[in-house]
Ligand binder design. Sequence first.
Ligand code: FE2
Ligand code: FE2
Length: 129
Amino acid sequence: MTKLGAPVRRTSILVGFKPIDDLHREFEDILDALNDPAEADYGTHLLALHEHLLRHCATEESFMLQENYPHYARHKRAHEQLLESISQIRRQFDAGEIDAVRRYAHDLMNWFTLHASAEDAELAAYLKG
Ligand SMILES: [Fe+2]
Ligand SMILES: [Fe+2]
């Protein structure tokens, strides 16, 4: 089993726009469950994470379209990469690659924090303005 340090903690995943912040808190709860060693029901948690991310990305994208957000294409590309990564890791889980799942779950908050502080924060500022 690969030894992993504690995942990076929640610094800047909130962006100041409630519908998006609600999604971000929900994401964090699901990811915490996935990272909880006492739980380790990866199949169930990966499915919950996948369902959440589909809804999370679709919700943000519908805000962008409704409000003619100028960086829609760029932000959507980032979402597509994220959704491809969760599909991929679920295939790896099905193939028994548990260490890969553990690494993915551990690293995902780093990716998410960057995405939230860049793409989602910029979107939130636009939606509020
Ligand atoms: Fe988001
Ligand atoms: Fe986003």
